[in-house]
Design a protein around this ligand. Structure first.
Ligand code: AMP
Length: 283
């Protein structure tokens, strides 16, 4: 598995591919890959002849008190996993390669509204950092499509919006969340959980399911459902940031014209901040 650490090296390879008529998929990640990430690679390979996995722990999207320094970096294991699922290339740049002029004076992509609600409210600047690095990766790799997980539903919507509003010729696609057998969404941050916390963690997903069941039965008292969900998470030892029922297309509060609902949650459990979301039908 070739690992390109520089933009020049990456470009030499992707330019050759384009001259040969290959179509390119990009799967952006922060590494420490699990089956959720690999599912994105599989989806990419179904549609394109070449796939690139980027591995970059992006300092721009971490707050000052967040886990940038301790985030697990496992490049050689990741390279093996990526080779096993048949991707063609890893792009693993250094921070200096991505931000040669420094981070403080770098252009930032800001998306009003969508970047500031839900997780954006609790992680100020996070989505500006995500939007900036992903737009850079799009410009560096120039893929035909890019694949992102629905696990980060707000991120997926934000990247689709950035792509659309800035006329970026990359088809942004979502892939359903991959879960452990007990329902917990796979995440690199699950390893911050103790064994005892890991047994409690699936309650995040079951809480969302309980709300989805109530919505499907015709309950439209969103605030009451959200409050009950928060209470049951607190009782189990979580510190919830939010549980919200939203319009799946806009992430606004549902209106009478809302077709698809999405229930989204974020909660701390011990040293991990877990997020999850599911779709829901409205009766
Ligand atoms: P990360 O390395 O956590 O930044 O994630 C890289 C990509 O993998 C993002 O598009 C995530 O949404 C996606 N991803 C992470 N976990 C999962 C999962 N359990 N199922 C599907 N996609 C995932």
């Amino acid at each position: 598995m070739h690992i390109a650490h520089s933009i020049d090296d990456l470009r030499k390879i992707t330019t050759g591919w384009k001259q040969q008529g290959e179509t390119i998929a990009l799967v952006p990640t922060m590494g420490n890959l699990h089956s959720g990430h690999l599912q994105l690679v599989k989806a990419a390979r179904e549609q394109h002849t070449k796939s690139v996995v980027s591995i970059f722990v992006n300092p721009l999207q971490f707050g000052p008190d967040e886990d940038f320094d301790s985030y697990p970096r496992t490049l050689s294991a990741d390279a093996e996993a990526v080779a096993d699922v048949g991707a063609d290339l890893i792009f693993a740049p250094s921070v200096a390669e991505m931000y040669p002029d420094g981070q403080d004076t770098h252009v930032e992509v800001k998306l009003p509204y969508l970047a500031n609600l839900l997780c954006g409210e609790h992680r100020p600047g996070h989505f500006d950092g995500v939007g900036t690095v992903v737009l850079k990766l799009f410009n560096i790799v120039q893929p035909h499509s890019a694949f992102f997980g629905e696990k980060d539903f707000q991120q997926l919507l934000l990247l689709k919006t950035i792509s659309r509003q800035l006329n970026v010729p990359v088809d942004v696609q979502g892939v359903p969340t991959v879960r452990a057998d007990d329902g917990l969404a796979l995440s690199s941050r699950n390893q911050y959980l103790t064994a005892a916390e890991r047994t409690i963690a699936p309650l995040l997903q079951t809480t969302l399911q309980t709300i989805a069941t109530a919505l499907a039965a015709g309950n439209r008292n969103y605030a009451e459902l959200e409050t009950a969900g928060i209470a049951s998470l607190r009782k189990a030892g979580f510190e919830p940031d939010y549980i919200q029922v939203r319009d799946a297309d806009t992430l606004a509060a549902p209106s009478d014209t809302t077709h698809h609902l999405r229930i989204l949650a974020a909660a701390r459990l011990g040293g991990a901040r877990l997020i999850d979301n599911i779709g829901a039908a409205r009766a």
